[in-house]
Design a protein around this ligand. Sequence first.
Ligand code: DX5
Ligand code: ZN
Length: 215
Amino acid sequence: MFSPSILGGDFSAAGEELGIIASSGADYAHFDVMDGSFVPEITFGAKFIEDLRPLSDLVFDVHLMVNQPERHIERFIKAGADMITVHAEATNHLWRTLALIKENGKDAGVAINPGTPVSFIEPVLPIVDSVLVMTVNPGWGGQRFIANMIDKISELNQRRQDEGYPFIIGADGGVGKKNIRELYLSGLDLAVMGTSFFSEDDKAEYLHILEECVE
Ligand code: DX5
Ligand code: ZN
């Protein structure tokens, strides 16, 4: 499955970019919310998502790169998020935050930075719908994929097989043609892509090529 990130597109034409994501055949649209504190950059807040919501039936996959995400969950749900991913490093109340997302009927994701081990999120693995492995340091699009993160995906894949956990595994940052096969062989389910997706002229063809790479 693919989740193209609107961060890789042109914000002045966000509605059209969302249409481009939908017509590419992707199932998800990824929204990178940055607060200028957890990460240096600031992108957008809930209103951006709220205004785009009526334009698309895509699964809205909201990646909160914000400190104390528990303060913002209800607002992003109201804006139309289907899945909300919070960083394990950004809250003292990870379990409570994930439970709050699930109590509201939405999918709860946990993200981990490249320097954070899988063991850090071990206690919440039974309750999450998704684990997002950051394959770059969060904060910017267009960075180089950190190949060591493949081991983390394999480790998570092993953990869910051993325990029967139902979560999906995502990778975010520097994902594209060069690494998609290795990622899928390690257990990846959801590829988040900004730069590689938006730099292609024919997005639908690009997703076909990626699908062929993983067959
Ligand atoms: C990075 C964001 C990513 C970003 C990925 O902090 O979380 O979702 O959009 O962009 P690329 O694919 O360009 O690395
Ligand atoms: Zn992201």
